[in-house]
Design a protein around this ligand. Sequence first.
Ligand SMILES: C[S@@+](CC[C@H](N)C(=O)[O-])C[C@H]1O[C@@H](n2cnc3c(N)ncnc32)[C@H](O)[C@@H]1O
Length: 702
Amino acid sequence: MKLKSKQKTNEFNPQTKALRRVKSMGFKSLFSRKKKSSPSSAAAADAPHPAFAPTHSRSPSFHSRAQIAELDQVFKKFDVNGDGKISSSELGAIMSSLGQPASDEELNGMISEVDSDGDGFINFKEFVELNTKGIDPDEALENLKDAFSVYDIDGNGSISVEELYKVLRSLGDECSMDECRKMIGGVDSDGDGMINFEEFKVMMMTGSRYTDPHLEGGLECGTTMAASKMLLASFTAFRPLTCAASASYPARLAPHPPDLIKWVRREGGFVHEGVKIAQDSSFGLGLVASEEIPKGSELIVLPEHVPLRFGLTESEGGDGVDSVLDNLARQVPEELWAMKLGLKLLQERAKTGSFWWPYISSLPETFNIPIFFPGEDIKNLQYAPLLYQVNKRCRFLLDFEQEVKRALENLKPNDHPFGGQAVDASSLGWAMSAVSSRAFRLYGRKLPGGNYNDIPMMLPLIDMCNHSFNPNAAIVQDQDDRNMKMLVKVVAETEIKENDGLVLNYGCLNNDLFLLDYGFVIPSNPYDCIELKYDGALLDAASMAAGVSSPNFSAPSPWQKEILCQLKLDGEALLLKVCLGGSELVEGRLLAALRVVLADDKETVQKHDLNKLKSISAEAPLGIANELAAFRTVIALCVIALGHFPTKIMEDESLLSKGVSDSTQLAIQFRIHKKSVIIDVMRDLTKRVKFLASKETVATRG
Ligand SMILES: C[S@@+](CC[C@H](N)C(=O)[O-])C[C@H]1O[C@@H](n2cnc3c(N)ncnc32)[C@H](O)[C@@H]1O
């Protein structure tokens, strides 16, 4: 089924739009000014700037002395060497600080577009002209919104003194809190001590206080300074990678992130009227149905530009990734793919005016996953295979931190992919966890052969869906053949009742993966299992404990060895990890090995195909006695495995009942579930043993 695209163009995407315009239209677009298309306005746009020829002005808001003073200040900041003109390399620095690096050729093209005197530089007159003519009001408003979001760090719709202070200081401005207070006071027309968007707009457009036509010099000065500094900051600021703790639970990067549903709709996506974001008592935020929704309904449709991906070039519909990031990503092992996309996420988190900021600001500030557990709680997991994975990830992050530092150390500030900010193991860990707990691996574009490539993506809003093995919604992808755009949708798999959460199945995973990647575990998870090493000596011990006389797992006969090789439990291509539990109960390779090594008749074994020997539902293929010996050996193995846990389930439960930290609670729950898996396997096999023993007795009697 092909979906009709609901999306027109990327109308509300200032970031992509700016980039596209910069690349295609040149330097003027850097300041997001657009000539009007009507002949009269085009003519007006070509008129000299009011400051130089007031009679031709069509842009009264830029007449003011304050405005020229602001532009002068901005010009001086850009004109790094102070020679009164902006050179190609200075322009390159600006572009990079905007996260849009340009080649020499592009830079020269941009300069020549505005360089009316043809000297290869942009002088102040050309700069003012560029910034003041042919302004499209809608677009100017959009740009102001972007600029406003730079300061409105917590996204609550107002710029506080602290926010202004933080942003200006982060730009190296030595301003004091007092100065920031004054700047805000000069603009704050409703007197609430903050700048809301209306006040910001007036300040940026007029550079003056709109409530009072008889401005005092001091006030105007304060306002002009604020506007000027903010204008500059909006071009060059970055988002801090560290974040103050938020009071609300679950803590998000911004305490009051924007409404993601509105954002998705604004971006041309679709969100069903009956879908709302709500707090779930145990799963954090989630999506719920505020009305009954019929089966088959589309719940969310994301246009192609909304998912956050790594490494798609512009021509592929992405926004490209810079070479520093690319080189770093190459050093990430495939199994830690989440770190690759994490690099991109971190870059966007640091970037001012990132298109994805409304989404990123709503991400959790921290993740309760084992790499962030205190050492004591890593030990509390009590399960070696998981401890190994956690240590591996921690070691990777520490090593990767060094790689990142090395890659960033000799970079020019403007080439820095994270806006000049230091990136350490914990910020890398945040990004990796954000991706591992929220990204989906979906189809990318259709390849020429008709196949699709597989791309991890972060899906804003869709990733608010929590997990269930009995989902009521599913992700569907559709390519709109007219524009080859890939849409990602969530569709109701069942009828959804009012107040039901929308839940997706994240995958049939064991608790190790749920804990490592998502920070939760599932009781009675049908896919949970325990991992053991196939070890001849251990199996001999287990077998003897089960009453099997002289088992020969340590020294199998040549024909048994041959079969063990086929099972990868001997020989060169060894894969000694085997599992108990999960849907198979006893992993087929282990079961076949037990049956074969406990059999002493080569001919009987060779009558059977290996797949039959691997199957637990094949009823005692090598005879009841052999099956009983195999199952009893597994039960004894389970007893040994249980004995490896330092605590018993009852002790764990008693600890939980006393009240412990979140990470201790998770670690204890995890180990309880692992022990339960072992106990369940023992229980199931004991039933089978009883049944087989009764059959054996009947057979013997018979
Ligand atoms: C893709 S996000 C879902 C949205 C998330 N609840 C939030 O607040 O943003 C995945 C995270 O949700 C939580 N979660 C989802 N399903 C869960 C479940 N079945 N049990 C416990 N936590 C769950 C976990 O914290 C997980 O890392």
